[in-house]
Ligand binder design. Sequence first.
Ligand code: F3S
Length: 411
Amino acid sequence: MILTPEQSSLLNGGRGPAARKAMQILAALGKIYGAERMLPVSSVQVSGVSYDNLGDAGLEFLAELADGGGKACVLTTLNPAGMDIEAWQSLGIDSGFAQRQQQVLEAFSRMGILATCTCTPYLVGNLPHFGEHIAWSESSAVCFANSVIGARTNREGGPSALAAALTGFTPAYGYHLDQNRIPNLTVNVASPLNGSDEFGLLGIVIGNALEKRGSKLVPYIVGIPSASLEELKSFCASLATYGGAALFHMQGITPEASFYQPPSDSILVTQQAIEAAAKSVNSASSSPFSTENHSLASPSIDFVTLGCPHLSIREVARIAELLRGQQVKREFWITTARPTKQLADRLGYSAVIESAGARLAADTCCVVAPISRRFSSIATDSAKACYYAFAKNGWSTHLVPFDQAVREALK
Ligand code: F3S
């Protein structure tokens, strides 16, 4: 790989041991993927923030980089942590965990990284523009940034994103290059879709189809007349989870779709396929906790959550509207970014939600918080949350429309 004098100096330790280590990570990655050069990036999103995932080894790695003088040289934001930084006690997080999580966040802060703790950085100020090269490592946000915004990023891991933050560079391969953004599979959607849950189901169907074909495909989706920001957010999370996809084009909706014609290789998504996906999510609950009948009235649901990915202010407003004057009967977490929560506080939504007994939690989510032993059955509108609820925690899963999730909490 050809390095500029600045990049060579970083590799030789000219800006300290942390930047050297970061450059070594990037150079090794570039070599593996055959990159010819490095590209400057202007925005980074770092995942791997929860102490539940990092453990002591991860915390040590971060502390070592911070001690080694590591400093972010571009706008860098963080994925959700394992707890609400301010209200962790009310979420039942133990103090030992809270202390370790704080140490993780301190290490990031010492490196000049903004502890935004959200998977929707594009809703709270880390919003790249079309064509901008970035290095993001939250799979749902990567898919959103590449596809909906038209920025350019690979699906980075936590360490490689952090390395990009500390150097301002990423190797030029994958989705940074024009030729890898060309669609090669048309997906004809012949099913009406409505709401975040159904867009999540579409992500399951397409994701499974991509997985079956076994190669890195860029789908070109046709047949969807419109999609809201929230529906796209849900779709991106699901497609990335079930199909490992980091880029799609959607005719009439995403910015690069107009650059291409639909590829000749195609698949069809029928209404039956969407219904089968819905059934499969609910029968993913063929775990020990599952009942034969997946009736939503089942008392087995002990946890309701909305906010995977983190909610927009419009979604928080809708929840407040549905909860006004009522009391929830089940544990109900509503997860969002801190700035969105602050806006909700100011607009009076938080007060309505909290007086209904639900928890409006910032900085965290149902997947990265250490709560696997506390619940056994989840209701949510998020296909991604269902995947991890089952795969990581062994919970039974109920994928429901957004409004219905609120109603489940009230039952
Ligand atoms: Fe975000 Fe947690 Fe879902 S990081 S996408 S809310 S699993």
